[in-house]
Design a protein around this ligand. Sequence first.
Ligand code: DX5
Ligand code: ZN
Length: 228
Amino acid sequence: MAYARVEIAPSILASNFAKLGDEVRVVEQAGAEVLHVDVMDGHFVPNISLGIPVVAALRKATKLPLDVHLMIENPELFIEEFIQAGASRVLVHQEATVHLDRALAMIREHGAEAGAVINPATPVAMLSEVMSKVDTVLVMSVNPGFGGQKFIPNAYEKIRQLSAMRQRYNGSFRIEVDGGVDLENIAELARAGVNTFVAGTSIFHASDPAAATRQLKQLATQALSQKA
Ligand code: DX5
Ligand code: ZN
């Protein structure tokens, strides 16, 4: 399989932005595989976060792949700039563009990995025509816009469906989950088929973010070994 079985992706949205470099170093040293970067425009979601200059600064501060989650309208307008700034993976919402196929193709053309994201109210079937054109499918387990929200459990069934589809068609995309991931639910998510676990609050608001990163990773890995 082309993708790593388990990846922990700390979401910097929950970190202390005044100490961003230090925060990133801590999770990188603790074994996080990916850094999740949430971009919000105040239109697609009711919040504004960060943009291209922060991605460029992060690219210089860490070796980790940058997983850039675009919660913006018309993502096509900014794909190239985010990739030039250092995005390794770009994730666009199915709900944010009427030209999802084009947006995904643009991401790959500019040399990054392409991801498609679905909100809690969007069924997996909305991605059926692009399954062979994505490196990642991201299932939102909260309504996007804010960190620290409660996990919405319909994500489990959607992840199981994706996992079954991936097996059926011998697909090679990663399954990622974002929102409310913590020590309580990560094992079940791993068993359902998730590869990439985004975690903001449960890492950066923990008393020891390095320990939290390691524990999440251990629980996910252990759940899989028991399943096997
Ligand atoms: C929400 C963002 C998430 C957020 C997750 O819109 O996409 O990446 O940072 O935060 P937690 O893990 O706190 O739910
Ligand atoms: Zn996100």
